[in-house]
Design a protein around this ligand. Sequence first.
Ligand SMILES: NC(=O)c1ccc[n+]([C@@H]2O[C@H](COP(=O)([O-])OP(=O)(O)OC[C@H]3O[C@@H](n4cnc5c(N)ncnc54)[C@H](OP(=O)(O)O)[C@@H]3O)[C@@H](O)[C@H]2O)c1
Length: 269
Amino acid sequence: MKAAVIGHPINHSKSPLIHQYWLKKYDLSGSYEAIDIAPENLKAGVQTLIDQGYNGFNVTVPHKQAIMDLCDDVDSNAQKIGAVNTVVIKEGKLLGRNTDAYGFIQNIKQNAPQFDLKNKDVLILGAGGAAKAVAFGLAQEGVRKIIISNRTKEKAQALKNISPLITVIDWDEKQAAIEQVDMVVNATSLGMVGKPPLDISTSFLKKSALVTDIVYTPLITDLLKTEQQGDNLYVTGIGMLLHQARPAFEAWTGILPEVDDELQRLVLA
Ligand SMILES: NC(=O)c1ccc[n+]([C@@H]2O[C@H](COP(=O)([O-])OP(=O)(O)OC[C@H]3O[C@@H](n4cnc5c(N)ncnc54)[C@H](OP(=O)(O)O)[C@@H]3O)[C@@H](O)[C@H]2O)c1
């Protein structure tokens, strides 16, 4: 395997840790590094990767949309989500995919296996790139209703093309909605280190409801702290990051790797 993650900046990326861990675990030879490519150099930078015989690369901020124009083929999931985070290079051609929705869903399945997503009503807070993948993943899993609340309402309205299950409410209606739903997802950047907290209370959640935050720095966000002390099921965001990497590794090596405790510890250290 000869792969990389491209972005700008890129030194924060955990992807090298994850893929290098799996290369070692499955006793494979190969390399995976982080490569900084500025937006104005994207086309030339990608051509260099093709010329150097890379099997593919992951794509992070700010290239997730721009890379789509350079791909020879973009799969239907990535088209619907409007972003590519994984590129497979085959015979010099770039095949674009999005594995964030898969990562989000697999994280829930691994860490709350007793929670069946079918026919559930879900509240998603946020309408950025990550929220699109979350909404797409949930729609694929057969949830009943997806309610989206975002500070900028127009951005939430734009997500409606992802699924007819989506309805949009105002940002200040989110507190009332929380009490009606079976699952709450924070897909905003609120609650992340250096950002303001997410200002909501989960005190009146249904007892059977699940709460998840895709922010994973800190691992236990303020939103999840309440659940940690209460009875509701909760899932942290780190597993989404780990699971989204699996299909890429599989595409490049033929092995669908496992997310285990040691990997999680390594990435959180
Ligand atoms: N666990 C994972 O694998 C994973 C994967 C991807 C992303 N993430 C995390 O998810 C978060 C969102 O990522 P993204 O790529 O979707 O970012 P993004 O496209 O920049 O979207 C940011 C979202 O946060 C909202 N927001 C930001 N500041 C706000 C504020 N002060 N008040 C209310 N809403 C605010 C934005 O609302 P507006 O539309 O109104 O600006 C938007 O909905 C980030 O923290 C990122 O690290 C985690």
